[in-house]
Design a protein around this ligand. Sequence first.
Ligand SMILES: Cc1cc2nc3c(=O)[nH]c(=O)nc-3n(C[C@H](O)[C@H](O)[C@H](O)COP(=O)(O)OP(=O)(O)OC[C@H]3O[C@@H](n4cnc5c(N)ncnc54)[C@H](O)[C@@H]3O)c2cc1C
Length: 580
Amino acid sequence: MSDAIRRVQTDILVLGSGGAGLFAALHAHQAAPQMGITVAVKGLLGKCGCTRMVQGGYNVALAPGDSVERHFMDTIDGSKWLADQDLAWTLVSTAIERVHELENELGCFFDRNPDGSVHQKAFAGQTFDRTVHKGDLTGIEIINRLSEQVWARGISRLEEHRAVELIRTPDGRALAGVLMIDMRTGGFVFVQAKAVLLATGGGPTMYKYHTPSGDKSCDGLAMALRAGLAVRDMEMVQFHPTGLLAGTGTRMTGTVLEEGLRGAGGHLLNGDQQRFMSRYDDRGERATRDIVSRSIFTEMREGRTSPNGGVYLQMSHLGPERVREQFKGMVERCADCGFDLAGGLVEVVPTAHYMMGGVVFQADCSTALPGLFAAGEDTGGVHGANRLGGNGVANSTVFGGIAGDTMAAWVLRHDTLRDPDEEALAAAVAAQLLPFAQRPGSIDGLRESLFECMWNDVGILRTAFGLQRALSTLDELDAQLACTGVADDDRAFNLGWHDWLNLKNLIAISRVIATSALAREDSRGAHFREDHPGTGSLEGSTYIVVSLQGERLQLSREPVRFTRVQPGRTTLPAPAQALP
Ligand SMILES: Cc1cc2nc3c(=O)[nH]c(=O)nc-3n(C[C@H](O)[C@H](O)[C@H](O)COP(=O)(O)OP(=O)(O)OC[C@H]3O[C@@H](n4cnc5c(N)ncnc54)[C@H](O)[C@@H]3O)c2cc1C
């Protein structure tokens, strides 16, 4: 197979077709219909990524009695005061116009109250019921409507094209374009673009149990890091407490059983079939995601486990008929895996769900590299130490739209294609071909070792000892991967090759997570250090920034700027005083 590079040019290149990528493409097209816009995606447009998997819904302050200020305060409290307050404000204030846009311009139809207003349900960690939804298939509604609009507007698509490296200009001052692999042929493609959006959706798929879609392997974060960009808050990995645990033979293991089950009164039982949550938190099963995950993990570590090594979820005491009616989708999903959710016990385990950390970016989605923009789960700072359920899809759609507007305006001001550093491009091609130069070996074993390492030592409960052990294991795994080859018999849909590249990126980002977790000597939100269980001073809060200098990770601590509200204060108006 030839290693020749096919060259493509476009004004705007969007990497990823989740909520962030598709919104960016549509906004850029609306702002500048004359521009060439291309969406390049590892999977099929409309069929991949996590936005499609959104079950619960979308947080937005729409209802009388709610307010943007209140949504903001919930987000800041949830972030344990680590969020960038300007980013969080942009999220909550723009979510309103984005939801109206989804319904009134793009054709989504969310569930309604009897009076015709949009139904908003409760979600953990919020002081108001503000989660807009379409049953428990909200993401499918959003992505289907967005995809239709992208198809209808003639936006170009490069499907099953995997971005592998961001290529700078020869002077290194700006981005020239992106090297990709056309997965259908195995050939290389260089897409030269005036503006590029990184919207590949992060995705903590380096953990033994995880929820995100299989196409996500932190590619965008790894590319950004290698291109010299800084990432922040990478120690903040959110675990969802109730992932389905159906054994090792099925990809259903790790997928989410929604929070509403516990909210409705579901019980968690350990391997001795005893409820345990009240020993950890007065709210029992209704405690927040981080607390429930830690409690389950502790039961598991102390050996009180179900046959597959987790705990049980029990709903039958609520009445099997009611459970069947209220949680139809969940009951069917559990039945597919041999569990009776309505009448019996289902095995569950905490599962890695979301990365709060990501590329350092500004509220207009620009980054430190001219020509590169970022949005969605690839970015850091919006959620601080913890993301509220319902703020994820709000994040991707809000900032995706902003990125589209910003890129269109940027291209009008910088209307030239920049030449790439050809040496860097050739080196990037060579780096992708490394596995073909080694003797073929087993990648599966290395992936399993990564899963175990991250789950045991960089997971729900962390210690300095465990994190240091993880860092040495990750070095060993990287060295082993470098010597493990892939057969070069056919590069078209060569899954072994893509597994190798996935693993390379996952190991790189796992190192950043472990390094950041070791540096953060306190416990906040999703990050819990058994050797540093205190929260630390909120007023003196710092966030951790990591970048790559040569082969080494460089770390700094930046003070959180409380630009809108100080710890202990609120942006909410004081309650009105009663008249005497
Ligand atoms: C099961 C589940 C349920 C969830 N439920 C909710 C919920 O109820 N409410 C909520 O707010 N959030 C929820 N989330 C989180 C939410 O899905 C994400 O926060 C959000 O959708 C991320 O959007 P995104 O556009 O950044 O990324 P994604 O939607 O994940 O899209 C990423 C895109 O990038 C592509 N890609 C990846 N790598 C490459 C590459 N190298 N080259 C080219 N393309 C690439 C992928 O194929 C995909 O198209 C849930 C997540 C999961 C997994």
